[in-house]
Design a protein around this ligand. Structure first.
Ligand code: AMP
Length: 395
């Protein structure tokens, strides 16, 4: 029977998981544990066409993982029969240490822990997931797949901030990027779709989900990306500002009497589309805009303006552009955002076919007209499959 990988993405109050066949790409089961530590928890387990939901409290991650393993036992697929060859863990920050997947041992656990100051919202819960899963599944190799790995070897001019060098070196301040697993998967898939020699193919990937990032990729290598020391920099996101003058922080601290933690919360959780309109979900923002809400109309323009800026910048960084791909929740579904993002970019050879842009599909597809200078694509991302394949590639 074919082998499988259990992929785990452990967040601060949630655990997402999927049992994947890395060879066929088939998802055999998937699920989500939410509201860990709250008075009522929520567990959703999908296996084939069957969905099981629980609403008991989930006091901690260990408890959540035990519940998940119990569901595999009760509802299936039975893990003992699933030929699991690895557990793949999504880890956000691998710092300067990892440019690819790594087998988890105590030393790797130590490194992920030490990197927590540059990923305070992500690395600690990622690590909790690893600790719990290693305890409960001790006989399978555990592999960490880092969101930063694809960007570890960015050219120095793209990775370096013009910050005092001593300070930057001492505190490890540089561009690390994020969403790397998705950018790598989508750019590889796009190269396949476009066909031909991809060694010098110049691509821009726009990963537009609740978090959003852009990358410039030449051949199989990332040459720039919009997220920085943390996932706050770059594009306008669901709740994050993206690029902003750092002096806004001093201004608010000095004149609004806000603490650093309050400003952190403001920029990360109360800004972006949510800060501009009250909603982080683009579908709601579009509904408001359609009803004549001026703030929502402006917010969509701000979002698209930032995208156009990055497309132009990255085309300049690469000396041209061959492929532009949209992915993640907004990128895969939002026809308005896609159309606005490329409006006026005909001078770069970027144009889309309206009917193709409007057609709904779950498949990777071209939305540029035949014969266009730049292939514009929608490529559904699949981070779980990418993690599963990277885990297996290591074994
Ligand atoms: P992700 O982080 O990739 O799961 O993306 C989540 C975001 O995708 C949501 O917050 C929505 O803004 C957006 N989204 C999902 N489905 C649609 C859709 N059909 N149209 C527009 N935006 C969507």
């Amino acid at each position: 029977m074919s082998s499988t990988v259990l992929v785990i993405n452990s967040g601060s109050s949630s655990i997402k998981y999927q049992l994947v066949d890395p060879a066929s790409g088939e998802s055999l089961a998937s699920g989500l544990v939410e509201r860990i530590g709250e008075s009522e928890g929520h567990v959703k387990h999908r296996a084939g066409s069957e969905t099981t939901e629980l609403h008991d409290p989930v006091p901690d991650h260990a408890n959540g993982m035990r519940t998940v393993l119990g569901l595999f036992e009760k509802v299936g697929p039975v893990l003992a029969d699933a030929n699991i060859v690895a557990v793949g863990h999504r880890v956000v920050q691998g710092g300067e240490y990892y440019d690819g997947p790594v087998l988890v041992d105590d030393e790797v656990v130590g490194v992920i822990d030490r990197l927590s100051p540059v990923a305070p919202l992500h690395n600690p819960p990622n690590l909790t997931g690893i600790r719990v899963a290693r305890e409960l599944l001790p006989d399978v190799p555990h592999v960490a797949v880092f969101d930063t790995a694809f960007f570890r070897n960015l050219p120095a001019p793209a990775a370096t901030y013009a910050l005092n060098r001593e300070v930057a070196e001492r505190y490890k301040v540089r561009r690390y990027g994020a969403h790397g697993t998705s950018h790598q998967y989508v750019s590889a898939r796009a190269a396949e779709l476009v066909g031909g020699d991809s060694a010098n193919l110049r691509q821009i990937v726009l990963h537009l989900g609740n978090g959003a990032s852009a990358s410039a990729v030449v051949g199989a290598h990332a040459v720039d990306t919009s997220m920085g020391l943390t996932p706050l920099e770059g594009l306008v996101m669901g709740t994050r500002t993206g690029d902003i003058d750092p002096a806004v922080v001093f201004h608010l601290a000095r004149n609004a009497g806000m603490s650093i933690d309050e400003i952190d919360d403001l920029l990360n959780k109360r800004s972006g589309m949510k800060g501009l309109t009250g909603h982080n979900d683009l579908r709601q923002v579009h509904r408001l805009a359609e009803s004549g809400d001026e703030a929502a109309t402006l917010a969509v323009e701000v979002y698209a303006h930032r995208l156009r800026k990055y497309i132009g910048a990255y085309a300049a960084v690469m000396g041209g552009l061959d492929v532009l791909s949209f992915t993640a929740g907004v990128g895969e579904n939002d026809t308005i955002v896609r159309a606005r993002a490329v409006a006026g970019l005909e001078f770069l050879g970027v144009e889309i076919d309206e009917a193709r842009n409007e057609a709904r599909s779950k498949e990777a597809r071209f939305i540029s007209p035949d014969g266009a200078r730049v292939a514009v694509l929608v490529v559904p991302t699949n981070e779980e499959l990418a993690i599963a394949r990277q885990a297996v590639s290591l074994l």
